[in-house]
Design a protein around this ligand. Structure first.
Ligand SMILES: [Cu+2]
Length: 155
């Protein structure tokens, strides 16, 4: 009777091990699939802002817009470039810089995106996880020429 119990217990352990081995590849598959979804960024609407030279005036078109948290804004280098998007550190909500800086490819500095040199080059900025409020920005090369804009992010 005692021996039978031991054998039964051993069989149980072996079965349990087999089960664990079977589960391992499944876990690997899940991990391999995890990076597949697009980088979690914007979940909402996309808004376009053109960066243009009209006559002798450099401007963002539109230069003011309202978006929701989770939306993204795509800036387009339409004419008169190079342009960039440079947010004013003192004119964005608290906590916004942590959301913005990682998205400004090869930035010129804190809150200042790289220059968009190529025609139709774009810069997408997601406001996913961004604090609500007003985000004022300029274009570094044309700041003195009045190229400014404002994005209002609403919850
Ligand atoms: Cu500009």
């Amino acid at each position: 009777m005692k021996n039978i119990s031991v054998v039964a217990g051993l069989a149980f352990v072996l079965t349990a091990c087999g089960g664990d081995k079977g589960a391992t590849p499944a876990a690997d598959t899940t991990q391999a699939g995890a990076p597949a979804p697009a980088p979690a960024s914007a979940t909402g609407a996309t808004h376009d802002v053109n960066m243009v030279l009209e006559g002798t005036t450099y401007k963002f078109v539109p230069n003011e817009l309202t978006v929701k948290v989770g939306d993204q804004v795509v800036f387009h280098n339409v004419s008169g470039g190079p342009h960039n998007v440079a947010f004013y550190a003192d004119s964005i909500p608290a906590g916004a810089q942590a959301v913005l800086d990682p998205q400004l490819k090869e930035p010129l500095g804190p809150l200042s995106s790289a220059l968009l040199v190529d025609p139709n080059a774009t810069l997408a900025i997601s406001f996913a996880g961004a604090p609500a409020g007003d985000y004022k920005f300029t274009c570094t090369p044309h700041m003195a020429m009045g190229m400014h804009g404002k994005i209002t992010v609403t919850p």
